[in-house]
Design a protein around this ligand. Structure first.
Ligand code: C2E
Ligand code: MG
Ligand code: MG
Length: 663
């Protein structure tokens, strides 16, 4: 018998002594006459923490009367504690398994029976009474792709090749849906090293797996557009490349796309619009390509497309054209209507490539060539392009040096009043005094300057230089008092937040009156930078700086912009002037442009006036100014100063009678 000393049968009155008044034990022995029994507990022990076992026997006299009892009291606290601890640990484990939602399995390997816990069954949608002890209840439900590794894993542990068994696999629920489970187990071996039994747990990890899949998806996709990212694209491309290595006749193509106006839109209309643009572009790409084609966003405005089964350049070009057409349609982003063209590098894949990265690099190179050739086009890669890229990169670094070490020059081309032949203004044009190649015109380095962004510091430098130079002339040459200078601005310049301040500072530092400065921006810039440009221009015009629309007629219909953004001078593109006289309708176009300029209160400049015939025609249609080789090529500052000093008329042919302009 054992009794808990804290029970009411025991009455503690001092630390080491207990009186037994009334114990069922003694009653049973008929010992109700026993008044008292003392228990001595060894000093130093806290009775409350002790478990005692008491065995008692009554003592009777010769007549059989109960006179007392002999009791043996054993301290069983240690054993009791161990038992409690065991029970607790079992309970704890059971609780943990239940709390963790784990199912348990116990596999008798000799009889090949598996006992599945109710929870194990419930995890697969079965009740306690369902499923037999056949191991197939388990293994036949495992996903065909996972079963082999699961059974190998189990066997490896049973044969002690693996110190533990732990495996994640899919198993089919009663509802037919596969769930992810994690199974862990441990085997017990006999002396001979044969596994006798193996038991373990099963945890449902479906949610974790789904989360992992989401993470994986996030790691392999672009969060903005949801398209595969560079890593996934390279992976897929690598697979196709492997396929090509096995089947050398297999063909594929990789397109490298870059939006021609993304930076402009992003800078001028803000990142929200830029993001919206990218999302729309991604959707359009999805729509115009087949579901099997892989479209990826590599970052920024760079997209790649992997097209399998594309055999030749012709087919690739057709697809590229389709993409370009689709992407070129105007986009309505909020209140803005924007559009962008796309440059595409095409790479026709073949088995001689070793890595996916090489393929993407070459497609990128082809795209770069497409940009260099004037954007909005598709160019097929050929190996000589590597050399071009290297030379472009070399030029970029040389150009940087040129800017830093003062190899750049400004040449000036007179702008002549057509009625008098007098120089009224000059256009500042950048030149590069290249240490080996001599004097270079922008045609040979502008593309690199634009692509690298160097065009911005270069153009600021030209502006500063031109303003200083004109101010010097105005002080030194009386005939230069009213001379003005026209300076080309790169599209990105006016989009700089402090563009207005920069220009004002340049004017102040050079001492040039703002009214003597005209800024030339192209129609493209006007359309592309719309808002940002308009605000800067409006401020500068208040200062007296004038605005020229350069290369007018070559861009998009920017008449609406002309209306929004008042300009002072319209420079008619050279292409119109050179074709004048060829056919009368060409002259008519020029005539019309001049009429338009007049109607909007602007002066007209005819760019690229090369012949006296052209000049005569221009004068006839009342064009205000001419600029071109007929009068003078762009010349250095010294030569220009000479031209101004002499004050000769640069256009002396007698003028025909001017016709009044048609209204
Ligand atoms: P643009 O602003 O339209 O300048 C006129 C171009 O036409 C100049 O070419 C000039 O030399 C050329 N030209 C002038 N008269 C004639 C002619 O009678 N016949 C022919 N065939 N051409 C003529 P250039 O100097 O090679 O400059 C080319 C372009 O480079 C410029 O076109 C301008 O857009 C750009 N550019 C030049 N300097 C700068 C600069 O400092 N900053 C920026 N952003 N662009 C510049
Ligand atoms: Mg110009
Ligand atoms: Mg021009």
């Amino acid at each position: 018998q054992s009794a808990n000393p804290t029970s009411p049968f025991w009455n503690r009155d001092q630390q080491t002594k207990y009186h037994v008044h009334d114990l069922p034990l003694f009653h049973a022995m008929g010992g109700n006459t026993v008044q008292e029994m003392e228990l001595f507990i060894p000093p130093g022990l806290t009775p409350l923490e002790r478990w005692l076992s008491i065995t008692a026997r009554p003592l009777r006299d010769a007549q059989g009367r109960l006179t007392g009892a002999v009791a043996v009291v054993r301290d069983i606290s240690d054993a009791k504690r161990a038992e409690l601890a065991l029970r607790e640990s079992e309970e704890r484990y059971a609780l943990a398994a239940r709390g963790a939602n784990d199912g348990l399995w116990d596999w008798d390997l000799r009889s090949n029976q598996v006992h599945f816990s109710p929870r194990w069954k419930a995890m697969l949608g079965f009740t306690e009474d369902e499923l037999t002890t056949n191991p197939d209840e388990w293994f036949q439900r495992v996903h065909p792709d996972d079963i082999e590794r699961l059974t190998t894993g189990l066997a490896a542990h049973q044969h002690r090749l693996d110190s533990h068994f732990e495996y994640e696999y899919r198993i089919q629920h009663r509802d037919g849906v596969y769930r992810w489970m994690l199974s862990r187990g441990l085997a017990v071996w006999d002396d001979m090293g044969r596994a006798l039994r193996m038991a373990g747990s099963q945890t449902d990890i479906t949610v974790r797996k789904q989360f992992e899949e989401q993470l994986l998806h996030a790691a392999l996709h672009d969060s903005l557009t949801g398209l595969p990212n560079r890593a996934l694209f390279l992976d897929r491309l690598g697979q196709v490349l492997n396929h090509t290595h096995r089947n050398p006749n297999y063909r594929f193509a990789v397109f490298f796309l870059d939006l021609d106006r993304f930076k402009v839109i992003n800078d001028s209309l803000g990142h929200a619009v830029g993001d919206q643009l990218l999302i729309t572009i991604a959707n359009r790409l999805r729509e115009c390509l087949r579901p099997g084609d892989t479209i990826a966003r590599l970052g920024g405005d760079e997209f790649t497309v992997l097209l399998e089964g594309v055999h030749d350049a012709q087919a690739a070009h057709e697809i590229a054209e389709r993409i370009q057409r689709t992407l070129a349609a105007p986009l309505h982003l909020g209140e803005q209507q924007v559009y962008t063209t796309t440059s595409i590098g095409i790479l026709l894949g073949h088995s001689e490539y070793h890595t996916a990265a090489e393929i993407v690099r070459d497609a990128d190179i082809a795209m770069y060539q497409a940009k260099m050739k004037g954007k909005a086009r598709a160019v097929v890669f050929d190996p000589t392009m590597h050399i071009k890229v290297v030379s472009h990169l070399q030029m970029e670094s040389e150009l940087r040096t040129a800017l830093e070490e003062g190899q750049l020059r400004v040449h000036y081309q007179p702008i002549v009043a057509l009625d008098t032949g007098q120089i009224e203004g000059v256009e500042a044009l950048v030149r590069w005094q290249h240490p080996q190649q001599g004097l270079l015109t922008p045609g040979s380095f502008l593309a690199v300057a634009e692509e690298s962004g160097l065009i911005v510091p270069i153009s600021w430098w030209v502006l500063r230089e031109a303003c200083q130079q004109l101010h010097i002339w105005q002080q030194e040459i009386p005939a230069a008092q009213a001379l003005w200078v026209s300076v080309n601005l790169a599209p990105q310049q006016l989009a700089e937040t402090d563009a207005v301040t920069t220009i004002r500072t340049i004017l102040q530092e050079s001492g040039l009156a703002p009214t003597c400065l005209k800024l030339e921006i192209t129609e493209h810039t006007l359309v592309e930078y719309g808002e940002a440009t308009a605000q800067a221009i409006a401020k500068l015009r208040q200062d007296g700086v004038q605005l020229c629309i350069d290369d007018f007629g070559t861009g998009y219909s920017s008449l609406s912009y002309l209306h929004l953004l008042p300009a002072d001078v319209l420079k008619i593109d050279r292409s119109f002037i050179s074709r004048m006289g060829e056919r009368t309708d060409r002259t008519e176009i020029v005539h019309t442009i001049i009429a338009l300029a007049r109607a909007l209160g602007m002066k007209a400049v005819a760019e690229g006036t090369e012949t006296a015939t052209q000049a005569d025609e221009l004068r006839r249609v009342a064009c205000d100014f001419g600029q071109g080789w007929l009068f003078s090529k762009p010349v250095d500052a010294e030569a220009l100063a000479k031209l101004v000093r002499t004050g000769h008329s640069l256009f002396t042919t007698p003028a025909p009678v001017m016709e009044p302009l048609a209204a």
